[in-house]
Design a protein around this ligand. Sequence first.
Ligand SMILES: NC(=O)c1ccc[n+]([C@@H]2O[C@H](COP(=O)([O-])OP(=O)(O)OC[C@H]3O[C@@H](n4cnc5c(N)ncnc54)[C@H](O)[C@@H]3O)[C@@H](O)[C@H]2O)c1
Length: 389
Amino acid sequence: MPPEILVVGAGMIVHDQILPSLYHLQRLGRIGEIAVCATRHESVRKLAEAEILRRAFPGQRFRMYPDAPGEPRDELYREAIARLAPRNMVMVAVPDHLHYEVILEALRHGQHVCAAKPLVLEARQGEEIAEEARRRGLLAAAEYHKRFDGRSLMARRAYREGRFGEFRLGTACLLEKWHYRRSNFANWMTAENSDAFTYIGCHYVDLVHFITGLEPRAVSVYGILDRFPNGNQGYLWSDARVIWSNGACLNVQNGLGFPDAAPGANTQGLTLYCQGAEGGALIAHSDQYRGLQYAYTDPPAYAEPSPDYFQYVDVGGPGLAPVGYGYRSIEAIVTAAIRVNSGECQVEEIDRAGLLATAANSGYNDRVIEAARASIRQGGREVSIPRPV
Ligand SMILES: NC(=O)c1ccc[n+]([C@@H]2O[C@H](COP(=O)([O-])OP(=O)(O)OC[C@H]3O[C@@H](n4cnc5c(N)ncnc54)[C@H](O)[C@@H]3O)[C@@H](O)[C@H]2O)c1
């Protein structure tokens, strides 16, 4: 039986990546029914009526929780999870600081889990999730879609073949557009819950491990407190320094502040300077400018769209098909759960292969984030990251 999927959360990432990927997998017969749970009916209704989703997936529907307007229901996801038969799957796409509770609830009900990054904000929580998943033979994955960008996989393979030598110094950045400040983020990406590094810097920390296999050992994060338009305070700019297990150093800059007028959906990229026995080596990825320059007439605008993350294309219908590493990442995680259910592979093999970030094999992300949150509150003091036990 193809698994049913319950998505908890109905915000931006569900609209932009998760739901269209699931609809496509449903169209291919790889998954069964889809349900989406938010706290308010209006949120799921808006998602159901989203124009691009209706156009791309004509006739496809999901079950809505709540199914009618009323008071917000923060705990409704527990009922939705309880209704699933064991060994289906829960996709967790609520704000960062709420992941832990939802993930554990899903695992305790025997569900495979895929959580939007970051998995959790504390190392202990990640360990608890890994243990719960291991005991029950369930997949608990964090969705780090940059891993499924072909360039990340190319760099990983060549690095692990020794072709780049050893990583020494690097820089990465990911700055989202200024207008993110006016989104629902203003309600939760506040100083007490998150910061620019925790929200988006984690992508490049994960990627450096994914490529090199190195482990982070210390982090310092300097954050600048700023106000969202609704008056809430958040660390909307951050500058992080991550020291790795071989002494290498990565600088990561993040923010919600890339100009709205600038081309591209954001600015992002990674440069790693490496050294071999006889000379230097370089990995440099422009992850925002991917070679496309479009100027439209209606309305007049210049853009540099990325064909690689997530696009809808017409490949003969019905509707439109999603392409890109955003889709491939969801597909890979769902496929892994299906293979575990069919007995084709064990969760431990997935942990060992290291292609998917699981709670068991990516605890370094949780440790970095816990240390980063401590550092940013102390003005950027270096916080060391304990080695895993
Ligand atoms: N590049 C990426 O990988 C990427 C991008 C965006 C977001 N994310 C991650 O995805 C998660 C969600 O982010 P978003 O951008 O969609 O945020 P968002 O603010 O747009 O949406 C959050 C959603 O969670 C729902 N929610 C909150 N509490 C809930 C509860 N108790 N029960 C059910 N639903 C609840 C809200 O109703 C809302 O629909 C975050 O962890 C974020 O860091 C990842």
